[in-house]
Design a protein around this ligand. Sequence first.
Ligand SMILES: Nc1ncnc2c1ncn2[C@@H]1O[C@H](COP(=O)(O)OP(=O)(O)OP(=O)(O)O)[C@@H](O)[C@H]1O
Length: 258
Amino acid sequence: MTESVAAITVQNLTMAYGSFVLQRDLTFTIARGDIFVIMGGSGCGKSTLLRHMIGLKPPASGAVWYGRDNFWELEEEDRATIVRRAGVLYQSGALWSSMTLAENVALPLQHYTDLPPAVIAELVSFKLSLVGLAGFEEFYPAQLSGGMRKRAALARAIALDPDFLFFDEPSAGLDPISARNLDELILELRESLGATVIIVTHELASIYAIATNSVYLDSEAKTMLATGDPKRLLQECTDPTVLKFLTRGTGKREVRTV
Ligand SMILES: Nc1ncnc2c1ncn2[C@@H]1O[C@H](COP(=O)(O)OP(=O)(O)OP(=O)(O)O)[C@@H](O)[C@H]1O
C-alpha cells in the first residue's frame, strides 16, 4: 500500500559521463510501496539513473536521499548497508550457468548472512516457490525458458528480503504472456515483501498495468519532462513529447494494458 513517506528522493541530480552531460536537474520523490517507473526513449539515461540509486555511479551534482540519508554523502560502509536492502534484477538476468538454481539463489545468503546451510536451503526453496519455481532447485539455467530464468534471477534478488527492488528492463526478451506474468509477480512481491519497486521500462502495457508513479526523461531536453502516476499523466500531461510516448504516437488518451 502506498503511504506518503518518501522512500527515495532524487534532488537536483545531474548525471554525466566525463564532460558528456546526460541529464540535468532531476527532482522527484518515490514513496514507500510505490511501483515507480523510469520512462523515456532509448539512450536518455534510464539505466544510468538506476545506477545512481544503487550505488554504482555517483552524481555529477545533486543528491539521492534514502529517507533522511544523503546516500552519496555517507561513508562507504553506510552506503553498503543501504545497498544490502536493495535487490537488483539486471536486464540479462545474469544467473551463473554452472550453478543450479538453488546454488544461484543461495549466493547472497551465503555471502551476507551466517545462517546454517539447512536454513539457507529452506529459504532458497521458499524464495523459489514465491516466484513459481518450487521443485526446480536442482535445475541449471540452460534447462529453463527465458521467463523462468528471469523468475529465478528474481528469486535471487529477493533472497535477502529487500526493502527496495530495482529492475532494468525486466520484460526484455520475453513474449507478451511471460511479460504479463512477470508484471503480476512484481505486484505480488511488492505485497508480500512490502517493498518499494523501481523499474526501467518502455513497455507501455506494463507501465499502465502496474506503475503507481513515474518519471519521464528526455534526451533532447536533457532533463525530466514529467513525474507522477502514468495513468494520470496520460489524462493530464500537456507536454507533447510525454503524450506522444504515453499514447504510442496516436495522441489518444486511452489506457491500453494489452
Ligand atoms: N559507462 C559509460 N561511459 C560512457 N557513456 C555511457 C556509459 N554508459 C552509458 N553511456 C551512454 O549514456 C547514454 C545513456 O545510457 P543509458 O544506458 O543510461 O540509457 P537508457 O535510457 O537506459 O538506454 P536504453 O533504453 O537504450 O537501454 C547513452 O548514450 C550511452 O551510450
